[in-house]
Design a protein around this ligand. Structure first.
Ligand code: BJW
Ligand code: ZN
Length: 249
């Protein structure tokens, strides 16, 4: 695998790198993506289950979908794509990893500066009194549990369509996009906003935009480079070819 000298030089000399990841980075761990040919959730469109109205209409179905995914995520491990981003974080001066994923695999791989835009599947809370629930044996349940304090429905702490992203997380992500020299967009279809606006924010302030994906996306025509292939192969190969030594780290 070869990479352009421009790309290698940009990363090598970058003062600040921002990475946006999506479901594609976890695909090689065995976590299905949302959309596309290999998307799991083929049976259901994410728009159908990942919204509050769907949860209220059929809490057990939505809960079961999350319980199934939580169990699957516990059974898989971070892959070489996640690990390469840990290495990149160690090598560059300033680094922000913004993820749309709720699967915790970046943290489990060892990434430190993770900004979770769409929440985390490990956490749940009561929709009425907002109590955070972590004591339940969530995996054992195929019915949406009820809050012990008020009887309200318990939901996963993730961001559904029509809901605001966590304000602090999005402002950290936007600030990173605004100051980075290189922006990597890895394994995302780049169709869900406002996450999909981040590479454009970075582009507009002059950053070098690099997309890594198994296929072309809506972002491809605007990115400086699109590297087609698996993130778990491209990222480690790219890191191997960059000489970070000049930085003395
Ligand atoms: C590989 C690979 C390998 C595979 N290597 N690559 C019109 C215009 C603009 C915005 C809107 C609009 N209409 C509505 C909106 C707003 C809406 C939105 O964006 N909708 C669009 C679909 C049009 N956005 C929202 O509602 C957001 N909130 C918001 O805007 O708040 C303001 C507001 C408030 C009130 C009213 C209105 C607005 C919230 C969005 C929340 C998204 N939530 C989900 C579920 C999270 C919980 C869960 O996990 O269950 O987030 S949906 C789902 O999509 C999930 C993902 O994070 C997100 C993005 O998906 P991602 O990660 O890109 O995955 P895929 O499957 O799409 O793509 C995988 C890619 O990987 C593919 O390209 C593959 O090729 C690639 N790949 N293997 C490299 N090995
Ligand atoms: Zn409650």
């Amino acid at each position: 695998m070869t990479f352009s000298d421009t790309l290698k030089a940009r990363i090598q000399t970058a003062q600040s790198v921002c990475v946006l990841t999506g479901a594609g980075i976890s695909a090689e761990s065995g976590v299905p993506t949302f959309r596309g040919e290999e998307g799991l959730w083929k049976k259901f469109k994410p728009e159908e289950l990942a919204n509050f109205q769907a949860f209220i209409r059929n809490p057990d179905l939505v809960w079961e979908w999350y319980a199934y995914r939580r169990k699957l995520i516990h059974e898989v491990k971070p892959n070489p794509g996640h690990v390469a981003l840990v290495e990149l974080e160690r090598r560059v001066k300033e680094f922000t990893l913004v993820t749309q994923n709720v699967d915790n695999l970046h943290r489990r791989a060892g990434s430190q500066s993770v900004v979770e835009l769409h929440g985390n599947i490990e956490r749940s809370y009561c929709i009425e009194c907002k109590t955070v629930v972590s004591e339940l044996n969530l995996d054992a349940l195929n019915r949406a549990p009820r809050c012990e304090r008020c009887g309200g429905l318990i939901r996963p702490d993730v961001v559904w369509f029509g809901e605001m992203l966590p304000v602090e997380a999005f402002s950290k992500a936007e600030a990173a996009a605004l100051r980075c020299d290189v922006f990597l967009c890895v394994g995302t279809s780049a169709v869900v906003y406002p996450a999909a606006s981040l590479p454009i924010t970075a582009l507009d302030q002059g950053a070098y935009i690099v997309e890594i994906n198994r296929e072309y996306t809506d972002l491809s025509s605007r990115a400086h480079e699109t590297l087609i292939g698996k993130a778990g192969e491209i990222l480690p190969a790219l890191l191997r070819q960059i000489n970070f030594q000049q930085r003395g780290s």
